[in-house]
Design a binder for this molecule. Sequence first.
Ligand code: SAH
Ligand code: SF4
Ligand code: F3S
Length: 470
Amino acid sequence: METKYIEKVAKMNSGKNLKYAIYTMGCQLNENDSERICGMLEEMNYTKAEKVEDANIVVFNTCCVRENAEDRLFGKLGEMKRLKEAKGTIIAIGGCMMQEKVMVEKINNSYPYVDIIFGTHTLHKLPEDIYQVLINNKGVEDIIDIDGEIIEGFPIKRNDNIKASVTIMNGCNNFCTYCIVPYVRGRERSRNPQDIINEVQCLAKQGYKEITLLGQNVNSYLVSKKINQENISYEVAIEDEKLIVNSFATLLRAINKIKGIERIRFISPHPKDFTNDVIEAIRDCDKVCKLIHLPLQSGSTEILNKMNRKYTKEQYLNLAKKIKEKIPEVVFSTDIIVGFPGETEEDFNNTMEVVNQVKFEQIFMFIYSIRVGTPAEKMEDQVPEKVKHERFERLKKLYEELVAKRNKDYVDKVQTILVEGKSKTNSNILTGRTESNKVINFEGSEDLIGQVIKLKIVSEHMWYLKGERI
Ligand code: SAH
Ligand code: SF4
Ligand code: F3S
């Protein structure tokens, strides 16, 4: 990426002790973008503010996947007015919501004190936008509709020093009928494998132990290039070897060879693209966690069809069964939407049935939220709010019962955990996670942080387990 404006702003800010604050709403891709935003801000001589009141620039990185994200943003923006008036804080808003024209209009009309509006394809231009505001003292709108190219070489300030996220692709081609993401993130663009490998190698050298590969549909990595008939066979250099990467499976195999990395996770794969080579790569790669996030969305074939998910209930169940046969220790997590238009009691019961059968380790549950501009917005048989909430509660209850049962299975077993740090509530307690992403708290000395150790589970407490050193 071009650093000209970073340098210009850095010079203007030098010696002024300026501070920044950032609010990130949304998924891990947005979190990863925020790490880049923080990287750019720090290079421009802003340091992180303890309190938002101390900040000279406040950045909002927005999400629009569900309605509640909007309410949160507008609440926070209202609070910014006072800050702006008191000390002229620069206010910048970026991310997915800014790719929606109605939202930009709403901000322009109702929150005129916002200085910078940038989109998902113009993240790398934030330094230039800030420069323009500093020089001209007037607002900047920097949004494009066309898909941005993959930009490499962002400075990055990471949130954690043991676990890191690595975005492997941007955008989505799937157009699930409820979902806004393809409209605000554009079409799939895959990063060059060598760039991904270099980033992971660099993280390994810095002492990172766990990496999560990110994308809206990671198992279609490189597929869109293939459709465009571009060459997708890359020879990559890794440690002392040369390997060919031409798919998500081969990427996993390559990353598995990077010394120092202990765990590899990835989100999200799409069930329709879960080919045998991906299953075999997960099985063969010792560092790839045997927890697979397999978004179900609904257990009803009819609803899945209306959602444009491209699989049936049976295909999903067969896929889970096939994976389990090839990798017996595997467990699953999932995303489920309740109350999609037209969802009947019978449809919902099918979802409950799949949950009962697959016994997910973790379920991210969402109440269907109408997104303007998506096909589902126009569907006539919207489910009443009351029914949606009532079904959500039923699913939640089933999920909690499953978690409670599963927790009991952990007790007295030995688990391998990556120690992530001190517990937030008690600094004498360390906390880590199993491969299946369960939180384990235990007593131990600080030098264990960053290590992979074995613990015996001694008790269970719904959302975490207690372990003991053996
Ligand atoms: N690409 C990922 C997920 C992206 S969004 C995937 O396909 O799995 C994360 C989750 O938000 C989705 O899996 C879905 O469960 C949920 N979601 C997306 N749009 C939604 C909407 N309009 N209402 C409620 N939940 C939604
Ligand atoms: Fe949205 Fe579907 Fe793409 Fe996931 S796969 S981001 S749910 S359109
Ligand atoms: Fe939200 Fe954008 Fe992620 S809409 S879920 S932040 S891709």
